[in-house]
Design a protein around this ligand. Structure first.
Ligand code: 13P
Ligand code: SF4
Length: 304
């Protein structure tokens, strides 16, 4: 604890000195989430806040695509990621050339791209979405057919809610959420009778079908804090329940959960080092900024 407290104090001082903000995703560990983070939230909230901040330096306590999105929205600011190896299996599942190939095979079909992708992939897309606005984004197009990439399960889960639209997709998966099964939920219900089950929409459709509610990390938080279930299982990354448990001591959080190895690369010590040395700076090639930014800003203009 003394080492963590020293890191927290140093980070607070460095933030003032550098005019920096720390944006932290909901999957960050409690010692980051509840101490040095200025803004916490789901991918959508972090993108919105990145667009709004007047800080000179943004430290993204999250994964690389989130830092890239912040840079796309703030090309003139310094955007840092404490560990550049914090990637994402979804972002790694598709390239810009793949998107161009999909467009050739499906001419005229609009491309909605999950924010969990590289700037190069975003730049080939019509607009982006997050798990918090995916349905609203697809509906906003008014199209009969939509390409929704690269998360196959998110696309299938949105398809279940929008039967009038044909959604084509890609075989990308989140390595954390694809591991949950419907059997996990049945076992949890048996072990904890009456438990409320919340699942992230990156889970396979069979898992979402067994849950009481499915939504982005922010939507799951909102469910817990407004409905106040007595006992909850969060079918998502483990930090979600850890962070909510500290804010909601009257709610019991039970297993299972899975860890994201990429999110867990970020630590207080690395955030401190990032601010001390202004590394690792995230850059996006000039020719990608404008088209990627168009796709992200079109998303931000859609109100769920
Ligand atoms: P949201 O926080 O937008 O629900 O996304 C979850 C996620 O996978 C981030 O890595
Ligand atoms: Fe990517 Fe899944 Fe980790 Fe989110 S939880 S960063 S989608 S691998």
């Amino acid at each position: 604890w003394p080492a963590l407290a020293a890191d927290v104090a140093a980070i607070q001082a460095l933030k003032r000195e550098r005019n920096a903000v720390v944006l932290a995703h909901n999957y960050q560990a409690p010692e980051i989430f509840h101490t040095v983070a200025d803004i916490v939230g789901d991918s959508l909230a972090l993108a919105r806040e990145a667009a709004r901040t007047d800080a000179d330096v943004i430290v993204l306590a999250g994964v690389h695509f989130m830092a890239e999105t912040a840079k796309i929205l703030n090309p003139g600011k310094t955007v840092l990621i404490p560990d550049p190896a914090a990637g994402c299996s979804l972002a790694d599942s598709i390239t810009a050339a793949d998107v161009r190939d999909l467009r050739r095979r499906h001419p005229g079909v609009p491309v909605v791209t999950y924010v969990n992708t590289s700037a190069a992939v975003k730049a080939e897309s019509d607009l982006c979405c997050t798990s918090g606005n995916a349905k609203a984004v697809v509906e906003s197009l008014g199209a009969k057919r939509v390409l929704m990439i690269p998360d196959e399960y998110l696309a299938q889960n949105v398809q279940a809610e929008l039967p009038g639209i044909e959604i084509l997709t890609w075989a990308g998966h989140c390595e954390v959420h694809e591991r949950f099964t419907a059997e996990d939920i049945r076992e949890a219900r048996q072990a904890y009778p009456g438990v409320t089950v919340l699942a992230h929409p990156e889970c396979p459709p069979a898992v979402v079908a067994e849950a009481d509610f499915s939504g982005s990390t922010a939507a799951m938080q909102d469910y817990v804090e407004t409905r106040r279930p007595a006992q909850v299982v969060m079918i998502t990354e483990c930090a979600m329940a850890d962070n909510l448990a500290l804010r909601n001591p009257d709610v019991a959080f039970v297993k299972p959960c899975n860890l994201c190895p990429h999110m867990k690369r970020i630590s207080l010590a690395k955030i401190r080092r990032s601010l001390e040395t202004l590394t690792h700076e995230v850059t996006v090639p000039d020719d990608l900024i404008a088209p990627a930014r168009r796709a992200v800003e079109r998303m931000l203009a859609v109100r769920p």
